[in-house]
Design a protein. Sequence first.
Length: 157
Amino acid sequence: MGTGRMAHRSLTNSLLWVGASFGRDSELAALLAQPGSRPFLLYPGPRSLSLDTLTAAERERLLPAGEDPVLIVLDATWDLAQKMLHHSPILQDIPRVSFESRETSRFLIRKQPRPECLSSLEAIHRVLTLLRDPADHSGMLRVFDQMVERQLAYSKK
């Protein structure tokens, strides 16, 4: 199971789309256009706003009172995520957010392309923390850590 799917199962207000292209997905289009929602794509790069460095005024512009953030995460390898974004015009104009990774990934059973790269679940947890989501999401990391420990134990046998 991918870590994005694990995060989806850990969060109460989460939706999951499976596929490689979302250009013609009317359900996703309706969600993105829903009044009172503020969609963001978690995707690093020069067009991305770093959640780590937001001032109070920038945070208010990014997350105005009365609007619900809708975080979109492409749960895939970096190469596949680039292709998904390229083949999904509906996602290309959504504001992008990112963060500076200050920790090494806990996903010890998979090699990350660079030291600062995190799994989708770890990245989602970090964004929820940076957005000051009032819910406690530490259980998501506990389940993730248990899965990693179990996989490491199997690999030692």
